[in-house]
Design a binder for this molecule. Structure first.
Ligand SMILES: Nc1ncnc2c1ncn2[C@@H]1O[C@H](COP(=O)(O)OP(=O)(O)O)[C@@H](O)[C@H]1O
Ligand SMILES: N[C@@H](CC(=O)OP(=O)(O)O)C(=O)O
Length: 444
């Protein structure tokens, strides 16, 4: 039996948190491969070490002399975060030589990704020392292609080979190396992806992802007070939820383990006795509620194109989508009617190109009308149980009407696994609470 355990920044923010992690790992001998993140927030309003490193690198890029003092102070503050952990754990580890290298590399302007990756690198050194596990630098085993995309094949080959001769190891999360050796990171929250890659490489029986909540919750706890935890969720459901903003697991963390059928278990470092959420390929277990989860994102814009008899024109959608592709704008969602087609895009990607897009649409399909709307949010209601339940959309509609939320769009995905709802940004929280209440609170 082999487990890969990833601990998020919230689980490693202080010596006290590290001790909880040490206890969890020592309790189960099969927790052999450990993937740490950088120290996260110790309290509300605190700054994650990753963010401190980004700011520090920005200061290093500016060449004015006044910045130098600020840079030194911030680098020192980062070192103090680690020193506090090291002394709190009673370790004899001197990170000064590491910080000398980091300072030098920052002044050589070695790259923003390198800067950010040092959070995980240093935490990996501390963790390995604390556990007595071997330290493996992710730059030696996680690879990206020249294009910047993750190189799954090379990584799996090198990493499985390396770990086959290693009983217990700490592999820092979040980063790897490009073919020229330069450090590259995944997108934010990417240590979850590293954990999944390691789990695949060692054919783990389980990938445990330890965080500060007792599993994947039906809704974001920042919006709904004390939401229920999900016992079991499928990879597909989870993918929909994490893509739509449920930040507890990085949206790409599913792919490496999914192909191998390795379950993921989301657990709470602060409540290790809780079972958390099990993420699996398929399950016979009936979900507790009609819906499994709700998630959403703000700041979308919609472009509605109206043209009489649009439905009868072959290639209409193709031409419209071509305009977005030419302008390098990705499309989030595209509900359509008989004479209308609406395209949802990320507002920040669209704003500066909007006039070019409108002109392009006019040239491509000669519409009767093009209408724009901004400050919209998209909410995904996800659940494998919805397929077998009639009237789910109706219940959503009535819950939102009761909460005085104006529904701009509602659309059922072709998988019947999700329903997407468009509302105004300012109705976002109220809409999520109303949907949670109708499917969860009233069912308990
Ligand atoms: N549906 C959800 N279920 C659980 N947590 C969620 C959900 N949506 C958002 N979150 C937030 O995700 C946080 C955990 O993710 P993250 O901050 O990345 O943790 P870590 O530092 O452990 O990687 C939780 O504290 C919670 O606030
Ligand atoms: N430290 C990185 C990577 C990461 O995965 O962190 P966390 O596990 O704390 O979300 C970040 O802040 O993005």
């Amino acid at each position: 039996m082999k487990k890969v355990v990833k601990f998020g920044g919230s689980s490693l923010a202080s010596a006290e948190q590290f001790k909880k992690v040490g206890y969890i790992i020592r309790q189960d001998d099969t927790r052999r491969y450990v993937v740490p993140s950088a120290p996260g927030k110790r309290f509300a309003g605190d700054t994650k070490v990753t963010d401190m490193l980004y700011s520090c690198y920005l200061l290093a890029l500016r060449e004015e002399e006044e910045q130098e003092e600020e840079f030194e102070a911030l680098l020192q503050a980062i070192k103090e975060r680690y020193d506090e952990i090291i002394s709190g754990l009673g370790l004899h580890l001197d990170l000064e030589p590491e910080f000398r290298v980091i300072r030098e590399n920052f002044s050589r302007k070695i790259g923003r990704d390198y800067a950010a990756s040092r959070g995980e690198y240093l935490n990996g050194l501390v963790m390995a020392e604390y556990l007595g596990y071997e330290f493996i630098d992710a730059a030696e085993v996680i690879f990206f292609k020249e294009s910047g995309n993750f190189d799954a094949r090379k990584t799996n080959r090198v990493l499985s080979e390396r770990l086959s001769s290693c009983e217990r190891a700490v592999i820092p999360g979040f980063y790897g190396a490009l073919p020229n050796g330069k450090i590259k990171t995944f997108s934010r929250g990417g240590s979850d992806v590293t954990g999944s890659i390691v789990a695949k490489a060692v054919h783990a029986d389980l990938y445990e992802n330890w965080t500060d909540v007792s599993g994947f919750l039906v809704a974001d706890p920042g919006i709904v007070k004390n939401p229920k935890a999900i016992d079991v969720i499928t990879y597909r459901e989870l993918r929909e939820l994490s893509y739509m903003g449920a930040t507890v697991l990085h949206e790409d963390a599913i792919f490496p383990v999914r192909g191998e059928g390795i379950p993921i278990n989301i657990r709470n470092t602060n409540a290790p006795e809780d079972k958390g959420t099990l993420i699996v390929e398929a399950t016979c277990r009936t979900p507790r509620f009609t819906i499994t989860g709700i998630a959403g994102k703000r700041d979308f814009a919609s472009i509605t194109i109206e043209k009489a008899m649009m439905n009868g024109q072959v290639g209409f959608c193709h031409k419209v989508l071509g305009v977005f592709a030419e302008n390098d704008i990705s499309i989030e969602h595209m509900p359509s009617g008989i004479d209308t087609l609406t395209v949802f895009v990320h507002q920040d990607e669209f704003e500066e190109k909007e006039q070019k897009v409108i002109a392009g649409i006019h040239r491509a399909v000669e519409p009767d009308l093009v209408e724009l709307e901004s400050d919209l949010a998209l909410i995904a209601v996800v659940g494998r149980g919805m397929k077998a339940t009639r009237g789910t959309s109706g219940r959503i509609f009535s819950a939102l009407a009761h909460a005085n939320v104006n529904v701009k769009m509602i659309d059922q995905g072709s998988s019947e696994l999700n329903i997407i709802i468009g509302v105004r940004n300012h109705d976002f929280d109220a809409a999520i609470r109303a949907i949670y209440d109708i499917f969860v609170t009233t069912q308990i």
